[in-house]
Design a protein around this ligand. Structure first.
Ligand code: PLP
Length: 305
């Protein structure tokens, strides 16, 4: 498989709030890995694609929602590394800008009702069971290979930090971070920020990925109503952060993460002189899915303050 190595930089964020509380915030810019194979989605795919390639598989079959960052990453990575790609999309047939990108990269889309979508293995076996060159890639790329890929977030680090913060969907990325910290015996505290409501189940899922969730600090209060929920307060924060720092956040994951970090800073949670690292897991195409809400927020903002 062709090489694709990009070590994402660690950049310092300058902001008056951080100065006021005497903490230093850095971002590992995994969003810069690639515009579409972005962030943790590349880390999660890396070893899966290598395994597929070793087994002479030529067709990646995967699963996701209609705005999924994983789907567009798989479409682009497939095109780049010589795989055909098919994605099973949950719900009724739709067109949107992210699915358009997937089709540009040559991905075949099949829409399935929520009931059939539940059993992805069954879908795969039914339609691809006899295809010798097909390769199953779970929703979000979740797998032990993905944990291994995400552990490289830690092995790549060039500087020491006291805290490392990451948004959680399936929890695979934070599991990789925790695994990396254990391997390297580094004394940084990992913090998990679930973007789903009622994300207590993640603790058990992490155990299945080989990580004891007790070693993490869990921040359950920054889901903003649940997965995909993006109230104006969050969108306003993303707008403020972009104009104050030049860094774009996505509304589904990293916006909630940075809002949470800033809220903790404001509450004096981090001691003075703390060095905090936030992982920018990418996913900026998520902004496209919230375009109407974002425009409403921008139009409501008084730009002449
Ligand atoms: C998918 C995604 C996540 C969630 O990663 P998990 O490994 O499922 O916890 C976080 N941030 C972004 C931008 C994502 O696209």
């Amino acid at each position: 498989m062709a090489d694709f190595n990009f070590r994402s930089p660690e950049e310092r964020i300058y902001h008056p709030l951080l100065d006021k509380y005497g903490v230093q915030l850095y971002v590992k810019r995994d969003d810069m890995i690639h515009p579409f194979i972005s962030g943790n989605k590349w880390r999660k795919l890396k070893y899966l694609l290598q395994a597929a390639s070793r087994q002479n598989k030529k067709h990646l079959v995967t699963f996701g929602g209609a705005w999924s960052n994983h789907i567009v990453a798989t479409a682009c990575a497939g095109a780049r590394f010589g795989f055909r790609t098919t994605a099973y999309i949950r719900g009724e047939q739709v067109d949107n800008s992210v699915l358009m990108l997937c089709r540009l990269f040559g991905m075949k889309l099949r829409f399935v009702d929520r009931q059939s979508y539940r059993d992805k293995r069954e879908l795969y076996d039914r339609y691809h069971g006899n295809e010798t060159d097909a390769y199953f890639v779970d929703e979000g790329g979740s797998s032990l290979e993905a944990v291994r890929g995400c552990a490289e977030i830690i092995t790549e680090l060039e500087n020491p930090y006291d805290h490392i913060c990451c948004a959680c969907g399936t929890g695979t990325t934070i599991a990789g971070i925790a695994a990396g910290l254990n391997e390297q015996q580094l004394n940084m505290k990992p913090h998990a920020f679930p973007v789903l409501k009622g994300a207590g189940f993640l603790q058990k899922d992490l155990l299945e990925l080989g990580v004891d969730s007790d070693q993490l600090v869990w921040h359950y209060d920054y889901h903003f109503g649940g997965y995909g929920k993006t109230p104006p307060l969050l969108l306003q924060f993303i707008h403020d952060f972009a104009r104050q720092t030049g860094v774009l956040l996505d509304p589904i994951y990293t916006g909630k993460l940075f809002f949470g970090i800033f809220d903790l800073v404001k509450n004096g949670y981090f001691p003075t002189n703390s060095r905090i690292l936030a992982i920018h897991t990418g996913g900026l195409t998520g902004l496209l899915g919230k375009q109407d809400d974002l425009l409403r927020t921008l139009n409501d903002t008084n730009d002449h303050e």
